[in-house]
Design a protein around this ligand. Structure first.
Ligand code: GLV
Ligand code: MN
Ligand code: MN
Length: 444
């Protein structure tokens, strides 16, 4: 790693905010568990991160907001405390590094994302970041170094809520940042370029965030499962085999606004009625394709009023499938059916693709290492594919990837009711550490 490639500026020193003497004095003596020492405060830290929100009523933390800056300040203190050198890269990713014994060895990259959906749960993202910090802290407390350095990435924007810019930070690192996004505006008409500049970044230097193939041995991420399988299997953790691909689109239906009392039904060009048919078509097309899921999560009728026939409606489509070919075929089918709805209803329907990512497979050697580590720790080896997207999908461009899932209550996620137990959070952090210890000594 060269400073030139990755360093933009250090976040301000938050040490007074965050370092507890308990953290500093922790030791890992005989009979003292990881849980007693390293992860003792993981749930408190998750709560503290969740307090940093754009809304007082619920957790919303979008990229490049003051809350993003605040959470960077908080977490960077924990990273320094764990023994890492800390910096912020050219796409706003908060990065840390814990050196290994071989300065030429590629780093093991760990991490997750700092941003959230609107009205989020506390664990989607932050759990992976805290597990990664724990892992470094556990080594540092024992004064232990692996052959490989460890880097921790706290990604800028995985959810893509503000700019439909999914994987923004991890794509920055992978060298696949989409520069067309810079002109995309959020709901307040602030472009991504403006938001990044206001955040203190230089958009001319975005390319400097890119790392090379060979910089990393692999990327590992701990994440809540966001589904119900681990609970039904009575398992705290498992390995992840693959991450499903996804397409996201913004669809605009344009008809003709008119008087709700005077225009006969046969003469209408109702954009909302057309959009409603499209929404049900998304459901039908997804149901007709194996392991496909389709969602319309946002819809807005412009200048909507009780007594106005809607003239323009904008809605989102999120479409995923385990198999990329199935997803492509389904999205093709969807596009044709939208065309048919447009013709039949005399409404214009325009689809704009905002995100597309193919599915990614975890490296088999990493899945094996995680399952071996599970055995070491007394867990029954188990693996699952992920229907949700993760930064690992972007990082797969430059390195092997693998993930660990942690059980969450009732499989609920992207919802304030997201819930995990302290024991499971610690099990995830411990499994990450064990996996890293197993692979950190491998010859590359
Ligand atoms: C990220 O959480 C996604 O899969 O949408
Ligand atoms: Mn999410
Ligand atoms: Mn996530």
């Amino acid at each position: 790693m060269t400073e030139k490639n990755t360093f933009v500026r250090m976040a301000s020193d938050p040490a007074s905010l965050i370092i507890s003497s308990e953290d500093e004095n922790a030791t890992m003596g005989d009979g003292v568990t990881h849980q007693d020492n390293v992860s003792a405060d993981i749930m408190d830290r998750l709560d503290r991160m969740a307090e940093i929100s754009e809304s007082k009523k619920h957790l919303t933390r979008r990229c490049f907001t003051p809350q993003h800056r605040q959470v960077i300040t908080l977490v960077s203190g924990w990273m320094r405390d764990a023994g890492m050198k800390v910096w912020e890269d050219a796409t706003g990713n908060l990065m840390g590094r814990y050196e290994g014994t071989d300065d030429k060895a590629p780093a093991i990259l760990l991490g997750s994302h700092l941003d959230s959906v609107v009205k989020a749960g506390k664990y989607d993202g932050p759990l992976g970041i805290l597990a990664a910090i724990d892992c470094v802290k556990a080594l540092n407390i024992r004064n232990a170094r692996l052959k490989n350095p460890i880097e921790v990435a706290c990604f800028t924007d995985e959810e893509g809520v503000r700019f439909q810019s999914t994987y923004l930070g991890s794509r920055g690192i992978a060298g696949t940042f989409d520069f067309n996004l810079l002109n995309r505006a959020d709901k307040d008409d602030i472009t991504l370029a403006e938001a990044m500049t206001d955040f203190g970044l230089d958009t001319d230097r975005i390319g400097e965030a890119a790392r090379q193939k060979g910089d990393f041995l692999c990327y590992l991420e701990v994440h809540i499962e966001q589904g119900p399988v681990l609970e039904s299997e009575d398992l705290a953790v498992c390995a992840v085999t693959a991450i499903a691909g996804a397409d996201r689109m913004t669809v605009t239906a344009t008809g003709k606004a008119g008087h709700a009392g005077t225009v006969p039904m046969g003469a209408r060009q109702d954009a909302l009625a057309a959009a409603a048919e499209c929404v049900l078509t998304v459901e039908e097309v997804a149901a007709a394709h194996p392991y496909a899921v389709g969602t319309v999560g946002q819809i807005e009728a412009e200048h909507g009023a009780t007594n106005v026939i809607p003239g323009k409606v904008v809605f989102s489509v999120d479409f995923r499938a385990a198999d990329d070919a199935v997803r492509r075929e389904a999205v093709n089918d969807l596009t044709k059916r939208f065309e048919d709805i447009a013709n039949r209803r005399n409404v214009d329907i325009v689809l704009e693709q905002s995100h597309s990512a193919d599915g990614v497979t975890s490296a088999p050697w990493i899945v094996d290492a995680i399952e071996d580590a599970m055995t070491d720790l007394g867990h029954r080896p188990f693996k699952l594919p992920s229907g949700a997207g993760h930064d690992a999908a972007a990082l797969a461009e430059i390195t092997d990837v693998g993930m660990i899932f942690v059980r969450c209550k009732d499989g609920i996620s992207h919802n304030p009711d997201e819930s995990i137990t302290r024991e499971d959070a610690i099990a995830g952090a411990e499994l990450l550490l064990r996996t890293v210890e197993r692979i950190g000594g491998l010859e590359t």
